[in-house]
Design a protein. Structure first.
Length: 303
């Protein structure tokens, strides 16, 4: 029987309620809210007027609210930006007090049954007595729970989210650390590859830049998964690439995780989209840390 691990997540939630929540949020993010239902979650980006990302979120609904789940830097920045024009609409926007917990295992079925979480074949989200569950992958389920929630005794509750973070990075799920806020257009972090951009929904903040990247072929960058041996997380995220006998700037890690057992670092970095998979990178400030590129679990080719 496979072990089930519960990871307490540092990620946070923005909640939106009120009569105008759909129309207001629809005009702010890259996703078409008309595609959202109670039984699915969607990826979405929130951009500046110049099309640069404030954050990448998992979007879902529960009861009378919409929720955006993202990293702490993403939530903090997007909350400021979302509230700027909310005074003109009937919508309340705030940080949710609900907790986020990640369940990870090769066999989640017994625990999901105990928690009364039941996904149909087509569902990626469902309500359960303690909150909301999102099926990110067969081996990963994200829970939004209230303060009364307690985990079953046969689940191993971890002290940190390193295991969950590693799985998210290996899945190529974009997220932004504080250095990456406002630096990249959605296609540079592969948001289109996970169906996080609607090109048919109409106007939203930053749409002109995002559309130009697609239809005029202006985007020359993409997000890559990298890994290598290390003594821990990199304090300085800058990476270098070798050109002849010299090294030059390649980019910065926008997310990273560290596996203490294997002493392996995993990260996400934005690079030129013609970077060969055989390319080797190194950490600028700790050059003994060399990183190789892992295959993405999805295609970056336009449909």
């Amino acid at each position: 029987m496979s072990s089930v691990y519960a990871c307490p997540l540092s990620h946070q939630l923005i909640s939106l309620t009120g009569a105008d929540k759909l129309s207001y949020l629809h005009g702010q993010i890259t996703q078409d809210l008309n595609k959202l239902s109670n039984s699915n979650y969607l990826w979405a980006g929130h951009c500046s007027a110049k099309g640069k990302l404030w954050g990448v979120f998992k979007l879902f609904s529960h009861q009378d609210s919409y929720y955006l789940a993202g990293s702490q830097p993403e939530v903090e920045q997007s909350l400021i930006e979302l509230k700027k024009y909310a005074v003109f609409a009937k919508v309340d926007i705030d940080i949710s007090t609900n907790r986020l917990i990640g369940l990870i295992s090769d066999d989640l079925a017994p625990v999901l049954e105990k928690l009364d979480i039941r996904f149909s074949d087509e569902q990626t989200a469902c309500d359960f007595p303690s909150g909301k569950a999102l099926k990110l992958a067969p081996n990963r389920v994200l829970l939004m729970v209230d303060s009364q929630f307690s985990m079953p005794d046969d689940v191993s509750t971890l002290d940190n989210c390193a295991l969950w973070q590693e799985a998210a990075i290996k899945a190529g799920e974009p997220q932004l650390n504080s250095d990456a806020i406002g630096e990249y257009v959605p296609q540079m972090v592969n948001l289109q590859a996970i169906n996080g951009i609607s090109f048919k929904k109409g106007c939203y903040t930053g749409q002109e830049t995002v559309a130009r990247m697609k239809y005029l072929g202006k985007n020359k960058r993409a997000m890559y998964i990298v890994t290598g041996k290390s003594d821990g997380l990199l304090e300085e995220p800058e990476l270098e690439t070798q050109v002849g006998e010299n090294w030059r700037r390649a980019g910065k890690l926008i997310a990273q995780s560290y596996n203490e057992n294997s002493q392996t670092l995993f990260g996400l970095v934005v690079l030129p989209n013609d970077t060969p998979s055989t390319h080797v990178l190194r950490a600028k400030h700790t050059p003994q840390v060399e990183l190789s590129i892992l295959p993405l679990p999805y295609s970056l080719e336009d449909e």
